[in-house]
Design a binder for this molecule. Structure first.
Ligand code: NAD
Length: 456
């Protein structure tokens, strides 16, 4: 029997002081307060808002992965044709390798950690590069992640364009990118040089259609305004810059004024003292650049600002409802990513669909209708990452459907099993028996080809 080498006493003392130090530093205690503080520092987020859209999904995604990993990771035995029934045909789930995840500032934690959970579940090693515009969050990630995850397998690098450009020059086995469409192109180009597979979770101009003929306009207005202004359930701080926020609303011309009235009612109930009143806890935009950009859009629009639109202090702008907007309006040039909601009157559902078809493919289309024919038209004749009826935002909480874009809103998808699949290579495996029966069957394929041809 091999003799067990005992731990030297001096080493035991060192271990004891290391453990005590770790405890005193609070490293075995929950980190949620520190994460919430980083979100407050970066984005002014209320703790409730930090919990619902960031901490909550991080925890639930990790638990969901743990609960389902055995199933996701199990080898699959596909149904095969009868003549190959004696072969062992299997699909194994292999980790892709060393992967990279680059994330944006608007949900700095959840959009970094969810891909990381998938990478860990798949068995990859992973470098994360959080946004330099959410500095406190990025710095905290850099501090915490090596404390809880094997630093030889998972790492954080900080930086802006120069550092990310360097990172992109390295060879990765998958790149997962969430951010703007313009930078998405740079990522795809860099990945192509190394033939690296990429997931691009990009932005876009997600449209809404309100079918005034069949839907409850008041409920639609409330749900749209909520989806436009919030992160995931609270009417508070910094919420305007969300990739799945409704960008603009199509409505039949004759229902435009009813929709505006419904928006006014929702608006007054959300912000009884006005959105700029300190009691409203209304969101600000990220920085002076976005503030200026939104103000400029409001000054240049040829539509009519019928609700809100005043610029306040502290990077706050009253949510603005703009009517009579045309497709060539400055508001429609790019993703608004701010508190402005243009309404585009159209003749009918077909006109709305044709406008959507002629634009870039959105991340999501929201349709408010009870009419099955209208629903079918959207299913059959439009393209988008996702298609949601009678609600905004619901898709981010549903792990059973893939979350991702199409066309200019990106490619690839994630959430739940789809994140695991993103970082997994489906490795085909066949083991063909070398027995006499199988070999007899193979006989006809070997040269010389003098034997009669096989008949099928
Ligand atoms: P961004 O594209 O400016 O930045 C995202 C990341 O790319 C950051 O980590 C940044 O450091 C890096 N980056 C920026 N410029 C780069 C360059 N030239 N070369 C290499 N890397 C570079 O995006 P953002 O402003 O942080 O985020 C806003 C955008 O993200 C919006 O368009 C929004 O719709 C989109 N978004 C999409 C989703 C989604 O799930 N589809 C989620 C959130 C945000």
């Amino acid at each position: 029997m091999a003799s067990l080498k005992y731990t030297p006493k001096q080493h035991i003392t060192e271990i004891h002081s290391r453990l005590s130090k770790t405890f005193r530093e609070g490293r075995t205690l929950p980190n949620s307060d520190a994460i919430m503080a980083s979100l407050k520092a970066d984005l002014g987020r209320h703790p409730f808002e930090a919990t619902l859209p960031e901490l909550g999904p991080m925890v639930s995604s990790a638990l969901h992965a743990v609960e389902n990993l055995d199933k996701w990771n199990s080898p699959e035995k596909p149904q095969v044709e009868a003549w190959r029934s004696g072969w062992d045909t299997t699909i194994f789930k292999a980790p892709k390798g060393t992967v990279l995840s680059i994330s944006p500032w608007n949900f700095p934690w959840v959009l970094t950690i969810l891909p990381l959970i998938g990478a860990i579940a798949a068995g990859c090693t992973c470098l994360i590069k959080p946004s330099e515009h959410a500095q406190a969050s990025a710095a905290l990630m850099e501090k915490l992640i090596p404390q809880y995850l094997d630093p030889d397998a998972y790492a954080v690098c900080l930086g802006a364009v120069e550092e990310t450009t360097h990172v992109l020059g390295l060879k990765w086995d998958h790149i997962f990118y969430t951010g703007s469409t313009s930078v998405g192109r740079i990522i795809a180009e860099a990945a192509a040089k190394q033939l690296t597979p990429v997931t691009l979770e990009l932005g876009g101009q997600s449209p809404v259609f309100v079918d005034g003929d069949s839907t409850n306009i008041e409920i639609a207005a409330k749900r749209i305004l909520w989806g436009k202004q919030q992160n995931a359930g609270q009417i508070t701080v910094l919420s305007w810059q969300v990739c799945v926020a409704p960008n603009h609303v199509f409505v039949q011309e004759q229902h435009q004024s009813a929709l505006v009235e419904a928006f006014r009612k929702a608006y007054d109930s959300f912000w009884p003292k006005g959105p700029l009143d300190s009691s409203s806890e209304m969101a600000c935009v990220l920085n002076a650049r976005h503030y200026k950009r939104n103000k400029s859009l409001l000054s240049r629009t040829k539509g009519k600002v019928v609700i809100g639109g005043q610029a306040g202090q502290d990077l706050r702008i009253e949510p603005a409802i703009v009517t009579g907007v045309k497709l060539d309006d400055p508001l429609m040039e790019e993703e608004i990513f701010g508190p402005i909601l243009p309404i585009i009157p159209v003749e009918n559902v077909d006109a709305a669909i044709s406008h959507i078809q002629s634009g870039s493919t959105p991340l999501v289309i929201y349709v408010f209708t009870e009419n099955e024919e209208t629903k079918n038209k959207f299913v059959q004749r439009t393209q988008s990452g996702q298609l949601i009826f009678n609600e905004t935002f619901a898709q981010v909480a549903v792990y059973e459907i893939p979350f991702g874009g199409q066309g200019q809103s990106g490619y690839g998808s994630y959430l739940g099993k789809y994140t695991f699949d993103t970082f997994t290579h489906q490795r085909g495996y066949i083991n063909v028996p070398a027995d006499a029966k199988t070999e007899g069957f193979m006989q006809g394929r070997y040269p010389p080809y003098s034997a009669p041809a096989l008949e099928f």
